[in-house]
Ligand binder design. Sequence first.
Ligand SMILES: [Zn+2]
Length: 317
Amino acid sequence: MFLFRISFFLPLALLAETTLATIGYPTALSLQNGPQTFIQPTIAGTVESGMWGNVREYGRRFHKGIDIRSAQKDRRGEPTDPVLSILDGTVMYVNKVSGRSSYGCYVVVQHDLDMPLFTTYAHMSHIDVVEGQKVVKGQSLGIMGRNSLGRLFPKDRAHVHFETGLQLSNSNFQAWYNKTYKRTNPNFHGLWNGLNFIAWNPLAFYAALNQGVSLSDFIKNLPTDLVVRIRTQTVPAFVTRYPKLLKAPLPAKVEGWEIEFTWFGLPKAWTPMTIAPAQRRSFVPSPSLRATHQDLLYLSNNNPKLFLEKVLYLCGL
Ligand SMILES: [Zn+2]
């Protein structure tokens, strides 16, 4: 009877408040309605072209975020939409030189949920925050823009490119960058280079969080498409930073790892092995394999193994 009375008197509005209100949107536009209400298409013109996934160049180029359109412009047609932090967090990086990134001027914010979440807001015309600054949910980070690599794209395609993801490395990104890119393009962004992030579909993320799913459970629930087994006694820094991705407690001595990847290359689950696997590295497509090889091909310039090697290296293996 007592329990019944408690549930009877639980205010429903408050329940909705505690779940639905925990995550905000990157602009004033709601992301709850159909994507045609908030997505800015590329020159291809389709709504899909502004969504997340293999939506560019006939599915060959991976788009790590979603492009949210401008909803307010000044008399010259320039966007005036404030870009908002979706949660409380800390500004980790600000790039104010458009020519240094395909993101143009961009901001990365870290949010401490049950594990760290990183959000990226790109192509901004003006940035109001500085590195190290604490921000609250809904706080303006600056103004939407249309810059990329030092150039401006057309006013009618102004948008914020918005990503939700994890940072792979907090130590050896530059070493990987140096051996991959040699002397061609300098890395101006340190650990905050977009290549050091794996980002998932923000819309799926909103749907999950709005149902009360935690960040770590959201990641665990993503389908596994590839399993990699590695013989090593190293405990990778990635696992130390994201212990929630461990599938079993860390044993006294690790002899290897079984790592589950999503189709877009997120190392979503880590099982420590106490008996060394036979091979140094083996790549095992899981039974749930769908289009992994094709998708990883597109993600990795026709070299999925190289892509996985990159991720493992940045994770600390
Ligand atoms: Zn984009």
